[in-house]
Design a binder for this molecule. Sequence first.
Ligand code: ADP
Ligand code: MG
Length: 683
Amino acid sequence: MKYYGEDVFSEKAILKHMPKTVASKLIATMREGKPLDPSIADEVAHGMKDWAIENGATHFTHWFQPMTGGTAEKHDAFLEPCGPAQAVQRFSGNNLIGGETDASSFPSGGLRSTFEARGYTAWDPTSPAFIKRHENGATLCIPTAFCAYTGAALDMKTPLLRSIQAVTRATERLMKKFKKPKAHVSITLGAEQEYFLIERSFYLKRPDLLQTGRTVFGAAPAKHQQLDDHYFGAIRPRIIKFMSEVEERLWKLGIPAKTRHNEVAPAQFELAPMFEDLNLAVDHNMLIMEVLRQTAEANGLVCLLHEKPFEGVNGSGKHCNWSIAYGGRNLLSPGDNPRDNAIFLTFLSAVIRAVDLHSDLLRMSTAGAGNDHRLGAHEAPPAIISIFLGDELSAVMKEIETGHAEKKTGRTAMKIGVDTMPPIPRDATDRNRTSPFAFTGNKFEFRAPGSSQNCALSQMVLNTIVAESIDAICDKLDAAGGDFNEELQKLLQRLIRKHKRILFSGDGYGQEWPKEAEARGLPNLRTTLEAISPLENAANIALFSKYGVLSEGEMASRHEIAAADYSSRILIEGKVALEIARSMIRPVVADEFSRLATAIGRATRDGLKVGIAGLRALSLKLGAGLDDLHVKCEKIEKAIAKGSPVAILREMESLRKTVDKLETLVDDGKWPLPKYREMLFIY
Ligand code: ADP
Ligand code: MG
């Protein structure tokens, strides 16, 4: 494809824009993920600037991912005045490598006091620079990590990079035990992105969508997703035009957008890229979300990335497909060579152990006000984290656990590293859509992360806990010292016995599961405030410190930020709900009620024989709704004044019942908000 990657400072562009020696040093740096040699920084910057200017850029920015969940950029022109009415375009090595920025308005969770407001951005050469275009220009974007003067991480990226290092080292250590020659370790991520698209003119009439990203009111339409007729359905022309534009922009940015389709809920869609190196895939997912939003706007649509924009239909997730490759070979691919199977089973067991010991941390990584509406509801993964392996692998695990082959395989003993595993066809892992953490043939698919969340957090947790498990396995093998294969077999058997409670192939939505999970001792952290508590747990703090991923202070700051974000969002939702109820809904209902009252009075005076009963019945319903509305608005106002998220959520839910009922009673022409049956179907 000719234009693929044309907006990226790729190896091709590097070779074209700088001397060969500098280019090859830079390329090596990027491939190995080492810091840039300062002695070539000026020449690299010079080449990068030339390339950017050639592509229409006038400005550059350090592009980073603060703890707001989004991305941040502050543009500087290449411009440097050099005399009266004269200027040149400059961009130095220092401009490239690092930046200093006033960080006082980014959330830091107490890591930085306002008098030490400086924040520093540092180029992460493993993610190439790229160009963002707008209608009449372009900006050179340099992906960076963002930290405080003390070095404490103020972003999502820094801990992610540290965690990649941790799991890479652990993988190298384990592969050495399998006598494999040293090779490049790559952690891979394919993030499937779900989203809604609605007509922009509807969006503009919904203060709740505008301010919170979700509808706080809206009666269920008669038809929504009951017929399953949207999933994989023919894509409408307006949408396919939008999707094609998105893909063109993404492909220019070197983002391998691959799959597009209609999702389960009406007006819901999905975009899945090919998997890439984790760090790059995270950056690319942030860009995908941005391109989706902007392209929607250009098409008179709005892209909703909220986890639950509409009650009663499916919410949106971000399935994070994760694996480890060694020398380009996927370690989670079962394969059919016995020796390699032992490697596969060892890594698989490491993940099982990690998820069982730290399911609370994985749950933490998906916490948020938006995702609370999704996790634990009946269409999304439950808040209880468990692993689905599929029939074949479950049988293999059973064999390891008992030491006996299942009858149907015709073998008597299961011996790792010696015996041949039953071949596992990739698609034999049947799909259990109710599982939050599923093995899907050659990778794990973590389905709990929300559609709007930065995948860096969940991936950082996964890397760290798996690193710890791999290390624990290595430690045990070191201590054992006997025949390697036998020791490994014994070890895996112990691991499976100990951690099998995390394996669950049943229905994750079923009513029985929470009870069974409780009996198994698995945590069920239902809402954000519970789910973020593992950040304060001493053992977890020790784990992240041990791997140098997050210090105690950084953990505490993340807890503080998550809690504050949650409270702020709920408070905003409560205020929006109150405002809509009082200033948009109540006047309409009151008008209709008084019209009815007048009509009833007149009809009675005129001695009409029919119609009065109907008018009365309706006015009674509207009157009761009006009274309810009043009482509930007062209650929500009190909850807001108290600032209690729990109370606000409770009162919002109660207020919603009244408003949604009124929606079905009031004159359709007068209802002030676009309805679900319009927003979800007219686009
Ligand atoms: P699904 O049916 O769930 O959409 P796919 O096979 O299409 O499954 O894969 C979904 C995502 O998983 C894609 O982004 C794909 O690139 C990614 N993926 C495939 N293999 C790997 C891997 N080894 N590591 C990480 N992600 C992977
Ligand atoms: Mg999938």
